[in-house]
Structure formats: structure tokens, C-alpha cells
Design a protein around this ligand. Structure first.
Ligand SMILES: Cc1cc2nc3c(=O)[nH]c(=O)nc-3n(C[C@H](O)[C@H](O)[C@H](O)COP(=O)(O)OP(=O)(O)OC[C@H]3O[C@@H](n4cnc5c(N)ncnc54)[C@H](O)[C@@H]3O)c2cc1C
Length: 436
């Protein structure tokens, strides 16, 4: 397609459809509103920020200054809203109550709740047919049975609804389905509504990301509660992170506090743990690890929390021409910028419509879903993504390509995590580390 607006391409008769009313979907709506483009937001949950509500008890590690989209702020302030204290770290619930809900109210019936997008294609075209494809509007099937049309689609449907499995090789552990009553996926409200489930019991937390760290710290606060933490790695330095070097102190503190609990023996750490199977007996579950060398470890616990990350679900778009990275499931152009095999510094170069485009013109994956399985997504990244994509949809390619992003670093690079010998080799290089 030539570089014109998507509305021109499809005759401008259908709205831009945004999938998901999370923080990034609503930011997209704010930019579409500001650009004067017709839009509709389809949200599967019964409230805006439905996935954030699942972890509403968790305090974000980024303060308000990073969590509010610029176009959303302008629109809200025009309506008389005052921004919360820029340095305050809101909980997920506060993010919804103080920002997402007032924002969504401004869009009225342009947000439809309780409707899941189940499939997407192009009107009159399956994935194979080419001639005239770019001019055809999209069709979206909804869970209500309705079929709607779209001039373009901004897919901000997140990854929270598709968590990773307990099994270590990305596959479900043997017995995982049968053990489901013993398992919670991150992040249970350990100090709130789920307290009774965890207090006085032994919980095994599997996973090495922020969700695992957050859950472990909450468990460590409970009285007479045994906590075991299992990770695949040989040590936990990646989870401990950059500590005081982290530009977001709350994110750095997560790892620092976790390390203190492990060193004090409050949390038992099992390294080299590759979950293979889980069995249950009475009130307990036994998780079996078998590492690649065949070495076994067994941990018996009352509860298991699986915090092995999240995955993008591209199945709704399987009739579109997607070009996803085979490792991460992000767009191909974005992958080298965020691959956790290479990067852990929390920064990503500014990127926008060009990195988020697929061979299917007019379909963009944004927000945490755009990162696929990469774990370092921040809201500020998503806000710049949708600013750029919406500018392109409006035909303002200059603004679309003028991408700017200033993200707080984690204070730790992948290069800091290699062995001492490799570290010396890295240090001998003029520019070491992925943040350089
Ligand atoms: C515990 C936790 C803490 C985090 N803390 C921070 C932080 O401090 N700072 C930060 O910058 N980032 C943080 N993140 C990362 C990230 O910013 C959040 O995950 C954020 O919610 C991503 O926003 P999103 O709009 O892309 O996706 P989501 O918030 O996941 O929203 C997606 C929406 O799409 C809806 N949906 C899904 N499928 C469909 C469908 N088929 N049809 C219609 N609707 C659908 C969902 O119901 C959901 O409402 C955190 C993430 C987690 C999990």
C-alpha cells in the first residue's frame, strides 16, 4: 500500500477497531479521538482494564509520570481531570480507578464491554487471495455472533489471558491439568482475598520474573508460611536485577528484598529446576524436576504458583498475513530490540509503525502483545507505539516516524549476567552490554 491514510484506502466508511480496553488500547483511542478518526474499542472483560484488574492488588514499579499517555492526559484535562501525584506508585486498582475509568467514560459507547473478538479476516478474502486485498475492509467476528467491519485494526489485547505453563520446556508438565486445583497463575492476592489459601501452608513459586518476585515477597510476609522458589537458572542474579542502579527504585527493590529473604533462609531457593511432572496426593502436590542431564529434584507443597510469563495468542488473526518473530512471537522487526537472550536493560530503542507493521496493511499489534514473550514491556513504550501507529493511520507519516522514547533502565545488562570469565572478555570490549 502506498503511504496514504488507512481511511482513504478503505473508503473511510468503517471505524478503526481497537481490540482491548487496557491502558494501551485506551491510549490508542485517545490518539484516534485527537486525530478525528472514527473508532470503536472492543473489550472482552466487563470493565475497562479487565486484565489489570486481575492484578489490581499489585503496586506498579513505575510512578504515574510513566503510566499516563500524553493524548489521554490532554483529553482528560480538557474534561477537568487532575493528574495524580507524578511520583506516586499506583496499584493496578488505582490505575483503573484514577485513570482508565475516567478516560473510558469520555469515549461513551465507542467502548463496548463484554464482547470478545474471536476471529479477524478481510471482507471477501482469505489469507491466500491477493488482488484487491489492501482496499478491502477488515471483518471482525465477536463472541455475540455479530460481525463488524474495520478500516484498520489496532490489536492491544495483551497476553495476560494466556500464561505460560508449569512445565520447564514451554510444554505443560505431565499431570498439570489434573493438578489444576493446587495451582494458581500469577498473581494471587496473597495478602488480601487469597490470604487464607496461603497462610500457614507451604507454597512453591515457579518462575523468575517480576511476577514471581512480587508473589514471593508477599508470601514471605505471612506468618508460619513456608515458601520455596524454583528457577531453571543456576543462580537468581537475573531476578535480583540491578538493585540501586535501577532507574525505577521500586523495580530495583523487588530483587534486593527477594535476595535478602533468600539469604536469610526465609525463602528456600531451588536452582536448576526443570519442572517435568506434577502429582497429587491428599492435600499436597509433588513437583518433579528433571534437568537436561537427567538429574531429579522433588518438591512437595500445598500450593503452587506458576509465574512463567505470558504468551501472545495470535490465533484470532490466523487469516491475516502476519510476520511474527519465530522466537518471541513479536513482530519480526521488533524482536532484535527486545530479545531477552540479548537484552535485560529495560530500555528499547524508540520504535513505532514501521516495526509494528505486518505484511497485512492496516493490522498492528501494540502494547504488551507486541512484545510477544519478551518480558520487559513498559506502558510508556506502548503509548509511543500507538501515537506512531495512529499518526500513520491518519496519513501523518512524518509524525509517525518521529519516534521518541526515554525509558528507565533496569541497571543490569545481559552482559552483567554472564560468568566471571565471560565478563572479563566483555569488559575488554570498548562498548559492552546491551544498553550501550
Ligand atoms: C503484575 C504486573 C505488573 C506490571 N507493572 C508494570 C509497571 O509498573 N509499569 C509498567 O510500565 N508496566 C507494568 N506491567 C506491564 C504492562 O504495562 C501491563 O501488562 C499492561 O497492562 C499492558 O497493557 P496492555 O494495554 O498492552 O494490555 P492489557 O492491560 O493486558 O489489556 C488487554 C485488554 O484486552 C482485552 N482482551 C484480550 N483479548 C481480547 C479479545 N480477543 N477481544 C477483546 N478484548 C480482549 C483484555 O480483557 C484486556 O482488558 C505490569 C504487568 C503485570 C502483569
Amino acid at each position: 500500500m502506498t503511504e496514504r491514510s488507512m481511511h482513504e484506502a478503505t473508503g473511510g466508511t468503517a471505524p478503526v477497531v481497537v481490540i482491548g480496553a487496557g491502558p494501551v488500547g485506551l491510549a490508542a483511542a485517545a490518539h484516534l479521538y485527537e486525530r478525528g478518526l472514527d473508532f470503536l474499542v472492543i473489550e472482552a472483560g466487563t470493565q475497562t482494564g479487565a486484565s489489570v484488574a486481575q492484578w489490581g492488588h499489585v503496586r506498579l514499579f513505575s510512578p504515574w509520570r510513566y503510566n499516563i499517555d500524553a493524548a489521554a492526559r490532554r483529553h482528560l484535562e480538557d474534561a477537568g481531570w487532575s493528574a495524580p501525584d507524578q511520583d506516586w506508585l499506583p496499584t493496578g486498582s488505582e490505575l483503573i480507578e484514577e485513570y482508565l475509568t475516567p478516560l473510558a467514560k469520555l469515549f461513551g459507547d465507542r467502548i463496548r464491554l463484554g464482547e470478545t473478538v474471536t476471529a479477524i479476516s478481510r471482507l471477501g478474502f482469505d489469507r491466500v487471495r491477493t488482488s484487491g486485498r489492501d482496499e478491502a475492509p477488515f471483518v471482525l467476528r465477536l463472541s455475540s455472533g455479530e460481525e463488524i467491519r474495520a478500516a484498520a485494526i489496532i490489536d492491544a489485547s495483551g497476553t495476560y489471558r494466556t500464561p505460560g505453563p508449569l512445565g520447564a520446556f514451554g510444554l505443560a508438565a505431565y499431570g498439570e491439568a489434573e493438578a489444576a486445583p493446587f495451582v494458581d497463575h500469577a498473581l494471587p492476592d496473597v495478602l488480601g482475598v487469597d490470604r487464607e489459601t496461603y497462610e500457614g501452608r507451604h507454597t512453591l513459586v515457579v518462575g523468575a520474573g517480576h511476577s514471581a518476585a512480587t508473589t514471593l515477597l508477599a508470601l514471605a510476609e505471612l506468618a508460619e508460611t513456608r515458601v520455596t522458589w524454583a528457577i531453571r537458572a543456576a543462580d537468581a542474579s537475573r531476578t535480583y536485577g540491578g538493585g540501586e542502579a535501577d532507574a525505577l527504585p521500586a523495580r530495583g527493590a523487588l530483587g534486593t528484598h527477594l535476595r535478602a529473604h533468600v539469604e536469610a533462609g526465609r525463602i528456600a531457593l531451588a536452582t536448576g529446576f526443570f519442572t517435568q511432572a506434577v502429582t497429587t496426593s491428599g492435600d499436597q502436590a509433588t513437583v518433579v524436576s528433571r534437568d537436561p542431564a537427567g538429574q531429579e529434584q522433588l518438591i512437595t507443597a500445598d500450593r503452587i504458583v506458576v509465574a512463567t510469563g505470558y504468551r501472545p495468542d495470535h490465533s484470532i488473526a490466523s487469516e491475516l498475513r502476519l510476520d511474527n518473530d519465530p522466537i518471541l512471537g513479536s513482530t519480526r522487526a521488533l524482536a532484535p530490540l527486545i530479545d531477552p537472550n540479548e537484552h535485560s536493560c529495560g530500555t528499547v530503542p524508540a520504535h513505532g509503525v514501521d516495526e509494528l507493521s505486518h505484511p497485512e496493511p492496516g493490522y498492528y499489534t501494540v502494547g504488551v502483545k507486541s512484545y510477544g514473550r519478551a518480558p520487559t514491556f513498559l506502558l510508556a513504550t506502548g503509548y509511543e507505539q500507538v501515537r506512531s501507529v495512529v499518526a500513520a493511520l491518519a496519513g501523518d507519516w512524518e509524525a509517525a516516524r518521529d519516534v521518541q522514547l526515554d525509558l528507565p533502565e533496569t541497571g543490569v545488562c545481559s552482559a552483567n549476567l554472564v560468568s566471571a570469565q565471560e565478563q572479563r572478555v566483555e569488559e575488554a570490549k570498548p562498548e559492552s552490554g546491551c544498553c550501550g
